[in-house]
Design a protein around this ligand. Sequence first.
Ligand code: FPP
Ligand code: ZN
Length: 448
Amino acid sequence: MENQKRRSETAPDASAKANDDDEWVSTDDAIEGALGLDDDPSKLNSDNWFEPTAPLMEASTYHSETTQLQQDTEEVVIESYNEHPSMEFLYERHVQYVSLCLTRPMPSAYTMLDANHSWMVYWLVNSFHVIKHRDSELSKELAPDDDVIANATEAWINDDGKGGIGGGVGQIGHMASTYAGVLSLVLTRRFDILERIRTGLYEWVMSLKNPNGSFKMHHNGEADTRSTYCALVVATLLNIVTDEFLVGVEAWLDQCQTFEGGFAGVPGTEAHGGYTYCALASYFLLHKEPTFKGLDVPNLTRWLVSRQFQLEGGLSGRTNKLVDACYSFWVGAAIPLIEIATKTEQLFNRYALKSYLLRVAQNSRGGFKDKPGKSVDFYHTNYSLMGLSMCEYLTKLKTDDANELMAFRFHHEPLADDVHTEATNPVFGLPEVFVSDCRGHFQQLDGH
Ligand code: FPP
Ligand code: ZN
């Protein structure tokens, strides 16, 4: 059998050298090593074992900046795996990190995020609630102050919703900041504010609708799958979806699926995990049953599962790009969705993704980062925690209540006794309990 070269080799213990560039092994050996069969065949069926192993794909002889970056990343990831053998979840550190970020003045580097106040608040408050709180004293002491959160969010609302929600005080309404602002009001259960602004928000969202079924992000702004998803989330949560709102929406989304299988932001461009999430989640906001007429589900499935790296365990956002913890949600939330769409279980290696999150992306002082060498931040913390939740539960569609949209019909089965996260709704990006409270509130108010 032809020999192949291993790019890098797993070190079974922390002292071993990570990079064996010159080692040549037979294909059989490589496969056995990769699956861990040389150590213990029972590991193959184990759901709590992950060891970074060399990719089975033969390393390309073509070298470029892209292949170099991939190789460098594999090396730092292996280093991190070796330095952090434990799967411990640093509960207290994360709660303290989130609380400090919400209450302390921000470092000057954050001035560039001035148009993202509503995002930052959502990322942090949501992070707090996605964490499963075992220490009730600490969680009570450091819980975000709902009044402060809701008052801040209220200050970003323009003209009682008729101008959308901005990213800060005095800023124009933007579909993404409106989405984040609405989610923060759901997280603080301020349904009174949402009731007050929902008619105005409906008018504003409809003023951004294009004749082709897409929505603009803001007046004179771009339209892509993000804005469709944000508009659908806001309208669905507030129970203001109309036939007029829905005209052309799905047909436009269908056009964004690319030859690769994933979705681009707009028709004819590159498939990307973020845009794919927005599109796939949107179908769950449009339908009651997992039938997707205009969608190539097998091609989407193949593209999604190809996002998981064998060695890193984590996910990338597009072909030939690097692992990044935030895709644990953008692509990771597609795991339950595509499992529902294909009526298949465990299409991804959840334990491998969880290993990347806890042993590579988790910061020892709290919070999560994209990958080794990057700094911890609010955004990666929120999407890593939600990604962790995708790994900790199996999510299925409830069979009762068939008149309800799929996005409101998830039920979640924990895969272990010691989960660190709350069951999270993969379509709304919120712990499930907040989604059902909001749905219950507006259903009761409107009688449907
Ligand atoms: C990086 O692209 C882009 C991201 C990390 C964000 C992608 C997420 C979205 C488009 C979804 C947004 C969702 C809402 C609700 C507004 P890159 O080119 O820097 O990174 P890459 O190299 O990993 O592709
Ligand atoms: Zn990222």
